[in-house]
Design a protein around this ligand. Sequence first.
Ligand SMILES: Nc1ncnc2c1ncn2[C@@H]1O[C@H](COP(=O)(O)OP(=O)(O)O)[C@@H](O)[C@H]1O
Ligand SMILES: [Mg+2]
Length: 243
Amino acid sequence: MSEPILSTHALSGGYGDFQALFGVDMHIDPGEVIALIGANGAGKSTFLKSVFGMLPVAKQMVRFDGADVGGTPAHKMVRQGLAMVPEGRRLFAGMSVEDNMRVAIDNARLPEDQGQWTRDRLFDLFPILGEKRREMVENLSGGQQQMVAISRALLCQPRVLLCDEISLGLAPKVIREIYAVVPEISAAGTAIVLVEQDVSLAKSASNRLYCMLEGRITLSGASGEISRDEIATAYFGGSHAVA
Ligand SMILES: Nc1ncnc2c1ncn2[C@@H]1O[C@H](COP(=O)(O)OP(=O)(O)O)[C@@H](O)[C@H]1O
Ligand SMILES: [Mg+2]
């Protein structure tokens, strides 16, 4: 079997003296969609930040495209083909939709005309962004801002896309619109890590699922084969009834 595009090996880390992750092993193949679920504070965002070079980790703890890259700064990880839709979107305020996209294009792994993702393709995927391309991002709705954040990450032409709670705070209809693009992204060969609090959404959108509890992976397997009881136990620890 070929090597995963991204894997972590006994990944541990945190913030200064505070350890938030304890030996996390995870892997993802090209074009695969995995979901990472877990309660608030479980360590999901810390995991993404550690993989993306935003927190210090040892080199051999993160392997990407055949090389040990742990601790490589985020802007270099982007050039190598990793992109992130961060928690809270973090768009560049005071800039238009298209200018936010241009920043990504200027820092991407490949030029726009050589990559899978162009502004035109993203405007096809999210037509409202085409209509609002000259609008300042702060004037957009939450869902539209999330579409800009996803577009900006895709314009980096990533081989793996890390998404941190892209459904948070959005209406169900908007969440469906946003999740509808996940299959299209993976069909383009881009692997996706979906950090998601909504367990049903996480299961239905992914091939495989990992559950994290207090900085450790407590469950992993094919999303279609994991039961709600197994998830509840892994999510809360011990045994809990599921509603
Ligand atoms: N910037 C930070 N400084 C110190 N501790 C943090 C910081 N961010 C998160 N933590 C702590 O790390 C743990 C994991 O947090 P986080 O990764 O944000 O969880 P999740 O994304 O699963 O909700 C929590 O105990 C949280 O309080
Ligand atoms: Mg988080």
